[in-house]
Design a protein around this ligand. Sequence first.
Ligand code: SAH
Length: 251
Amino acid sequence: MATSLLITVFRVVLVEPHYAGNIGSVARLIKNFSIHELYLVNPKAYHLSEEAFRWAVHAKDVLERAVVVKRLEDAISDAVVSVGTTAKYYEKLVRRTPVEPRKMAEILEPYWSSKEVAALVFGREPSGLTNEELDLMDFNVTIPTSKEYPSLNLSHAVAIILYELYVRKHHLKRRFPPPKRAWDTLDRFLREIIAFTRRHNPEEVRRAIMAAYRRGARTEKEINALVGILSYVVRRCRCEEDRDGSKEGGR
Ligand code: SAH
């Protein structure tokens, strides 16, 4: 198990992979994206071959740790959730309706901090997973691709799936949402500047700007960048008002 703070048991399962190069590439991806287990179901190529090692580059240890099993059931029976991947879109079979990789990552997000095993299952290069195999899955994922040629190379499909999964983990760790204090400051400056513009609908303008910023701003720094500019504008507005006021008072 890796020394990450989050306990992860995501497992990539390759069913009857035919090419050692693909197995090596998948091993590399497993390390790239901090996934911990590689299971090979009845592999048709040798995962400890020179070819596999060449493609794994710095992930040879993943190949050495790979677990070889005879049947798909042996790779998923201890998993709390099993996800199948298929290039074929089953519109007619409702329970087969696939989700997109981003949605899958959202569904699986809690497993980044769980001890449970979540299995991601990929099919054979020439023919994918069989209907019977897909039936064993909790849900299926299809990467949207051209209808003309929907099948990706096995390792490319693994890359897209693991990338989406990893993005969720990355956000989990780096989420520092702006505190209320930052939003309140922005709101106060906006009110003052909008009042200065004497718009007939100040509340609507304020809400629109705040809503746009709320949708987009992810960190306190981003809010502070705007607050910095606005505080300067507010000071100038106040000065101008004082000047105008004293002019009028002098008349
Ligand atoms: N004709 C097969 C292609 C197999 S490609 C099929 O239609 O499924 C080998 C494996 O790569 C697939 O079994 C699947 O695991 C993965 N894969 C390829 N293209 C994919 C896609 N568009 N969406 C999801 N997985 C895909």
